[in-house]
Design a binder for this molecule. Sequence first.
Ligand code: ACO
Length: 335
Amino acid sequence: MYNSIIKGTGYYVPENIVTNDDLSKIMDTSDEWIQERTGIQQRHFATKGKDTTTNMGVRAAEMAIAKANINKEDIDFLIFATLSPDYYFPGCGVLAQKELGLNTIGALDIRNQCSGFVYALSVADQFIKTGMYKNILVIASETQSPALDLTTRGRNMAVLFGDGAGAVILSRTEEVGKGILSSHLHSEGAYAEELAIITPGVGKKWVTELIKENNPEDISYFPHMNGQFVFKNAVVRFSEVIVEGLKHNNLTEKEIDLFIPHQANLRISQFIQQKFKLSDEKVFNNIQKYGNTTAASIAIALAEAVEQKRIKENDLVLLAAFGSGFTWGSVVIRW
Ligand code: ACO
């Protein structure tokens, strides 16, 4: 069996910055409300005709490939995580494969929302551990802004989310005790509708029916979230899956060098930080700048943490996510 190490990281966020004050001009909200409840100060929104989920992911990937110091030809598989694909089908995996000119390597799409990057890393790790692939490109990218209800009606969701992308190159190593030590994945479909976009979908209502009904009261194509229920579940599941990852490796929270949580809400991250008694320098947060970028959030945060030299060789890095599905998971890494 081999191990997988993160050899290169990259990220990309669109140029267009939208502040809380910008949002308060188009809906009944305030900088104070948003910062107090979520910690978010601004987010980046994609520009139509310029930024897409695929091309932002490709820009992040190009940075990760350069940092990994490998040739594109060395990449033998691609995994793309997103809940906001450019097309209904096919997924962004094949579109990124084409844009990057990655010959005819396999491209897999992951649909696990805020846990998408953790799921993607775990899948990539299994392919490397078994020896099937040597270098896997993992991309996580989201263009969520076009799907938000940017009016007072949708303010509980609209203020939370942003657009952007992150990527890593995961590579084979024969060094023991290095790289991804373990990953832990969970889901609870009983709560699928607590955080979801229900239509258009072939299950409930397809586009043709929405058009035929032409019902302005129907908001099923906007994201819906039972905020307090999500919050309560998030803090419990985050905690469980962190403990699971540590226990599996006979580690304690004291040994964590950097914890990178999915950037869902600064209050959730602070709750976890306090629970595990982690000092400020051991927790990486950037939700203040980017909002919640769903699958991309940990990938962007990881790339920024590397860029800011917050991670050193041999550090214990813990990634954890919770989100729509519900899905949650953790990845324990010896850097
Ligand atoms: N600006 C101003 N007022 C608002 C806004 C807004 N953007 N949104 C909601 N309100 C109002 C509501 O209408 C409500 O008013 P009322 O009391 O007159 O009815 C009041 O604020 C409180 O609304 P709640 O929804 O109860 O607010 P809450 O304190 O629960 O905070 C929040 C909302 C921040 C979304 C919280 O529930 C939360 O953090 N949930 C966790 C979920 C999360 O972070 N999701 C991110 C995506 S999922 C994920 O990544 C895991």
